[in-house]
Design a protein around this ligand. Sequence first.
Ligand code: MN
Ligand code: MN
Length: 300
Amino acid sequence: MLKIEQLEKLRKAGRVSANAREKGIAMVREGAKLLDIAEEVESYIKSQGCKLAFPCNISINEIAAHYTPSINDKTVFEHGDVVKIDCGAHLDGYVGDTAGTVEVGTKRYTELINASKTARDTVMEFIGETCPINEIGRVVDMTIRSKGYAPIKNLSGHQIKQYNLHAGLSIPNYDDGSTELLQRGMIIACEPFATDGEGLIVSGRPGNICRIIRDRPIADLELQEFFNYIKEEFSSFPFCARSCDDPKATQKVNNLVRHGYLSSYATLIEKKKGCVTQFEHTVYIGGRRGEITTLSDSSC
Ligand code: MN
Ligand code: MN
C-alpha cells in the first residue's frame, strides 16, 4: 500500500496528466501542427510542478503508439485523421499515464473510437483488489468484438511502480489465460486498443522516443556530460531529444543510440494498416474498487 503522501503524489500526477490529455485533444484540428500540441501538453505538465513520464505521444491512423514529433516536425493533422494523444506526468516517480482518441473533422470512426473507450470504461466499473487479470482482458476483447472490431492482442496495459512505467504485470486486451489477481497497493494502467485491421501491431520507423539501456562510462566527455544530464532529468523514463535542454541534443541522442547507451522505440503500426483507437486510465488498487487517478478536472 502507498503511504498517504505517496498516494497524494500519484493523485496529483494523475490529475495533471488527465488535464494535459484534455488540452491536447481540444487542440486537434485540421492544419494544426503535431509539434505545437506536444509542446503545449508537455509545458502544461511542467507548469503544474510535475515532470514528463514520457514524451507526449501523438499517433495517427494505423500508427498505434510511440510517435512524438521531433523539433523540426512540420506534420499537420489532416481531415479524417484518427488521432491518439497519450501523455504522462510524474511527481517523484509516481506516474499518471492516460490516453484518448479523436477524429479530425469527420464522424467516420465514431464506433471504432467508442469501442476502445467503452472497453476501458467497462473495466473501470469492476477493476479492484482480487480482480483476475484475464477477466480484464476478456471484457476488453468481448466489448470490442461485440462492436465488430478487433482488440490489438500484442499491446497491453501494465503495472506501474515508482520510477518504473512498465513494471511487473501486463494487463492483456484479451483473455490470455492468466490466473493472477490484482493486489491491494498496485498501480495499473488499463489501455484497450481497437482496430478495424487484424488486431496485431508490427514495428515501424523510429518514433523519436528513447530510453537509457546501458549506464557505463563514456570516453567522450561532452557525451558523458549529456548522458549525466539525461539520467538526472528523465531518470529511467522514456524521453526525446526535443525535451533536452541542449542545442545539439538530436545529434547527441543519435550518437548514444548508435553506441548502445540508449534504445530508440519504433513506432507501432497495425499489421494490415487498420485504423487504431486507444483510451487509457491509470488506476490505484486501494481496495475492492480501484481509484481512477487520471480523471481531468472537467470530467464528472
Ligand atoms: Mn499511455
Ligand atoms: Mn500505458
